[in-house]
Design a binder for this molecule. Structure first.
Ligand code: NAP
Length: 309
């Protein structure tokens, strides 16, 4: 049993934003970051909307700086995945997949979100064989090839732009004329000769041969007509789902969509358990907001720990 004042579940921007505060308040802080330690930002190419960085900075580099900052302040950042949270008594108990057990006066849930998949035929079969949710990780393998990106948000547009560095052609498939991505990024993509927009289409089926993707069947959502385009890669960028399954049975309330329900003080329904970042935020999902919400959760956790310690 490892005892700590604050246990932060996660190691992304929300978790780091929280840790900086709890550590500077003199509280022992353990961060359990799961297998990838760093969350979605690790898979984001260039970040241009996080204050303090004059030039665009790779998401990986921002996370590296955040982790180094937390460690300098005394954080323990461990690559352990939490399997269960027990809030039935205090201190709270946290169990990890590798069999470790932690006891914490306060818990901050900052587990972020993970890629949402389409659920179409062939997607599962060809995952890792041409179907990917991470252009940053896998784009390199598609040098000189034609690929598709599905989605109309910032991730899809940034992925499409990133993939033009390697690929001969990038189809951007979106289901409607309106994009969620910001105008600057949309304009950049529209003026890139390697990017062709396919609108309004949704994916129907990923097809392949000999274990690799060869084509994508698309359906036009206005007239239901089908068309098949030759492609070696299908990059799915259709949003994310909160990583909160481990909270089942914990007593912590989540919404129908799986987001942790919190009040304006970042508190869950369990006193002493707080949440921050994308796991509790259905709308904003920005690194800066995650980091800020982590700081808010930490300020509340500090007050709580000082009361119960
Ligand atoms: P998002 O903004 O939620 O966009 C998801 C896109 O996928 C939407 O265009 C949606 O279409 C489409 N979609 C959802 N389900 C679909 C389905 N089953 N089939 C086809 N299309 C589907 O997600 P995101 O792009 O991952 O961005 C998440 C958040 O992170 C956003 O707030 C974004 O601004 C932010 N972000 C910021 C940066 C940056 O600033 N550098 C980079 C990446 C992400 P509809 O529009 O029709 O719903």
């Amino acid at each position: 049993m490892i005892k700590t004042d604050v246990l932060i579940i996660g190691a992304g921007p929300a978790a780091c934003g929280a840790a900086v505060y709890t550590l500077r308040a003199g509280l022992k802080t353990v961060m359990l970051g799961g297998s990838s330690i760093g969350g979605q930002l690790l898979q984001t190419n260039d970040i241009e909307n996080y204050p303090g960085f004059i030039d665009p900075i790779p998401g990986f580099d921002i996370m590296d700086k955040m982790h180094k900052q937390c460690k300098r302040l005394g954080a323990e950042i461990l690559g352990e995945t939490v399997s269960r949270l027990d809030t039935s008594s205090t201190p709270f108990k946290v169990y990890t997949e590798c069999g470790k057990e932690y006891e914490a006066l306060s818990v901050i849930i900052a587990t972020g979100a993970a890629a949402r998949w389409l659920g179409v035929k062939g997607e599962g079969e060809y995952k890792g064989k041409g179907v990917s949710a991470c252009a940053t990780c896998d784009g390199f393998f598609f040098r000189g090839k034609e690929v598709c990106v599905i989605g109309g948000g910032n991730t899809a547009f940034e992925d499409a732009l990133f993939l033009t560095n390697f690929c001969s052609k990038v189809y951007l498939v979106h289901r409607r004329e309106v994009f969620r991505a910001d105008k600057l990024t949309v304009d950049k993509a529209k003026s890139n000769p390697k990017i062709e927009m396919l609108i309004p289409y949704v994916a129907e089926e990923v097809k392949g041969e000999n274990g690799s993707v060869t084509s994508l069947v698309l359906k036009n959502v206005t007239d239901n007509s089908l068309k098949e385009i030759k492609t070696s890669g299908v990059f799915v960028a259709v949003g994310s789902i909160p990583q909160t399954l481990f909270l089942k049975g914990s007593g912590v309330e989540t919404s129908a969509g799986g987001h942790v329900i919190i009040n304006e003080h970042m508190s869950t329904n369990i006193r002493g358990v707080f949440a921050a970042g994308d796991c509790a935020d259905e709308f904003y999902r920005q690194a800066i907001i995650a980091a800020g919400s982590g700081a808010k959760a930490a300020i509340e956790a500090i007050n709580y720990v000082n009361l119960v310690k």
